[in-house]
Design a protein around this ligand. Structure first.
Ligand SMILES: Cc1ncc(COP(=O)(O)O)c(C=O)c1O
Length: 322
């Protein structure tokens, strides 16, 4: 079978993501080409894609960062015009929605060519670890099924359930990428609860927005008109004169645990010399000036208010120190 991304290919993506996004390009022997993000959504800026395309470009790897859908309509339009594939890093985006031809559709429907989800414990739907791939491409579907189970042409479950004797074959070198049945059982139950999980996260995000919007200098995240985030993460932007670490430390001292903005891969050793097209200033600013608030379904109104109050106080302390 022909590899989809092969050595020598270039893949346009963002540095501003968990390092796994860049690593998967490297695993294929291909070159990630980093472009900047839109500061409003923390997602790949479609306006920067054209300038990054070269004769070696094969795909755009678009990350739905923190659950916020990318501007897929713009990305897919460019990709179709230039003969490129669209791979969606949907690790954080289960249950997120996008307005597609006038309809709200879930991320994972066939908008790009293939979408990859994560069920890592930090994600809103978890099976302990593992993930899911969705695609409309029948050949890739077949290939993924082969790769996940040692290249086995007919899965053991199908053979054992068959009234006819079936002998399997092994047409390619595969892997053990199976999820255990126990994990899958947990996942199916979570999937059933996903609408209520997402609805609750959206309520908390709305409350956070109301309570944090008027904190001096703070920018709260908003859905663009064409997207509905699952609010896997609620990431606020601090004014640039406030020290991110100080704000986080003051909140931690008050019992509120936060995380800094999403990392930039080009600042890590394996990607220091990585190819980039244009400046990555918005990516770096997002890492350095943003803070991710705690958000989980069991939060009470009092918890939500306490977090907002602690952000307000921490910003006040940091502003006085600035
Ligand atoms: C944007 C993004 N891509 C990829 C991954 C990797 O997912 P996994 O750990 O399930 O391989 C993560 C998080 O873990 C992520 O946040």
């Amino acid at each position: 079978m022909i590899p989809i991304i092969k050595p020598g290919d270039e893949v346009i993506t963002v540095s501003h993501s968990f390092i796994a996004t860049a690593n998967v390009v490297k695993y294929c022997g291909a070159t990630p080409v980093f472009i900047d993000v839109d500061p409003a959504t923390f997602n790949i800026d479609p306006a920067l894609i054209e300038a990054a395309i070269t004769p070696k470009t094969r795909a755009i790897l678009a990350v739905h960062q923190m659950g916020m859908p990318c501007d897929l309509a713009a990305i897919v339009k460019i990709a179709h015009a230039r003969g490129l594939l669209v791979v969606e890093d949907a690790a954080c985006a289960i249950g997120s929605e996008i307005l597609w031809n006038g309809q709200w559709e879930k991320i994972g429907k066939a908008h790009g060519d293939i979408a990859c989800f994560s069920f890592h414990p930090r994600k809103i739907m978890s099976t302990g670890d593992g993930g899911m791939i969705t695609t409309n491409n029948k050949d890739w579907d077949a290939k993924c099924r082969l790769l996940r189970q040692h290249g086995m042409s007919v899965p053991d479950t199908v053979r054992h359930g068959s009234a006819k004797v079936i002998f399997e074959s092994y047409p390619i070198v595969g892997y053990n990428y199976r999820m255990t049945d126990i994990q899958a059982a947990v996942g199916r139950e979570q999937l059933r609860r996903l609408p209520e999980i997402v609805a609750r996260r959206r309520e908390i995000a709305d409350q956070y927005r109301r309570l944090m919007r008027d904190i001096p200098g703070i920018t709260v995240p908003e859905n663009p008109s064409w997207a509905r985030s699952n609010w896997q993460s609620f990431c606020v932007r601090l004014p640039s004169n406030l020290d991110q670490r100080d704000v986080m430390q003051t909140m931690l001292d008050a019992g509120v645990s936060t995380r800094r903005g999403i990392m930039c891969s080009h600042r890590e050793e394996p990607y220091r010399d990585a190819r980039r097209s244009g400046s990555l200033e918005h990516s770096e600013a997002a890492q350095d000036h943003c803070v991710v608030m705690p958000l989980y379904g069991q939060m009470t109104d009092a918890d939500i208010q306490a977090v907002a109050q602690s952000l307000r106080s921490a910003c006040d302390v940091a502003a006085r120190a600035a």
